[in-house]
Design a protein around this ligand. Sequence first.
Ligand SMILES: Nc1ncnc2c1ncn2[C@@H]1O[C@H](COP(=O)(O)OP(=O)(O)OP(=O)(O)O)[C@@H](O)[C@H]1O
Ligand SMILES: [Mg+2]
Length: 451
Amino acid sequence: MEKHKVLIVDDDEGIRSQLKWALNEDYEILLAGDADTALKTAQEERPDFVALDITLSDYSHAKEGMDILEPLLAVAPYIKIVMVTGNDDIDLATEAISKGAYDYYIKPIDSDEISLIIKRALRVQKLERRLRINQQKLREGAEFRDIVGASPAMQKVFQLIKAVSPTDETVLITGESGTGKELVARALHFNSPRQKKPFIPINCGAIPEQLLESELFGHEKGAFTGAVGRKLGRFEQANTGTIFLDEIGEMPTNLQVKLLRFLQDHIIERVGGTGFIELDVRIIAATNINLLEAIERREFREDLYYRISVINIELPRLADRGEDVILLANYFLERFCDEYGKPLKKYSPHALQHIRRYEWHGNVRELENRVKKAIIISASKEITPADMGFTPGVEEFRPTTLSEFRQKNEADYIREVLARFKGNISKAARELDISRSTLYDLMEKYQIPRP
Ligand SMILES: Nc1ncnc2c1ncn2[C@@H]1O[C@H](COP(=O)(O)OP(=O)(O)OP(=O)(O)O)[C@@H](O)[C@H]1O
Ligand SMILES: [Mg+2]
């Protein structure tokens, strides 16, 4: 299990090593002896917990522990900060709490006690994070249940959902695989007056043709071999609610006729049945194939198409949603870190670059899966392109000649090492076994920015 990061800020070397020794086994310990180092470390490492000496006397910069409380919280508001104080600064300590510190602790330090405080703080932090995610979901729920998106393309989608949710209109949702069609179908239902009634999804492409009719419309006892009793179909189950016909393009044409019949007269007939049954069901359909082309191929009925496509919500490809890809990446990051009980991670600048540039043929589902995988396998705070299954650089450009291949690998490796040493040129050069000036030259040649 990955360790949470604990930053100890104290100008007293003795206290730093005492705490490090006491906590080293359970936490990744970071140390800072002055305010500037503390802030810099917090920015780079994003600790979960900080033990902050209140009278940190940093003579060179004349800053005290108290002064960096707020800047630390600004780095990441979820950081739990405990002020470590002497007996005579209790007033200061209470002031710190009013400014956002989590607690205070009076010296002398007892390792077991501080251990317990950290454990409790991290538990609170986890609960807070969960609460925040749930609140976010609730807020979205009031609008559109979990659909993340701020791009103009998605705003249009939201407007359409808002406009058609309250009606009983049939809606056709189109879009490539993984663009969120099912999510939108649910949003339409759960924002409609039918929200407390059944929402029945059925994937028309996943059920064998011979079974689909009885699955949709039900059957009477003895209607066919194996029909031992009467069975209600999905339409009847959805009565007063909504049926979601996913992959409607896969529906066989004989059933398309029956569906058309329902749309016109609101009646169905069970397989082997003798009479019509009147139902009140709203239809939402989705497809990722081009129905107009299916009509050309005579696989989809034109009359049905015009009937269901009066209102068409077309979901844009993820690559056409601009910065939404980053919003979504962060949304999944928070969600999965929480689900897998890992401290909140962040993306490396290089990973963000990949996320922005990648084609995302599998759309949001692919992004979701890549983030999930990264969080499961990554052991550090920062997610790298490799964690997300990106082969360095390959997505951006494919080398053809051997010399291009060499150069590309050289550039990729330099990038990787620079990122590993957080842009520290001396350390990176040492690792690469080249001089600093050669490294500068190569960075210039390949246009590699310092991370
Ligand atoms: N805008 C979004 N915000 C948050 N999550 C999303 C968004 N769009 C899609 N997802 C998530 O991505 C995954 C794929 O979405 P969904 O199943 O709705 O896609 P689909 O269009 O029905 O795909 P397919 O055509 O392959 O069935 C789901 O886990 C869904 O929750
Ligand atoms: Mg789907």
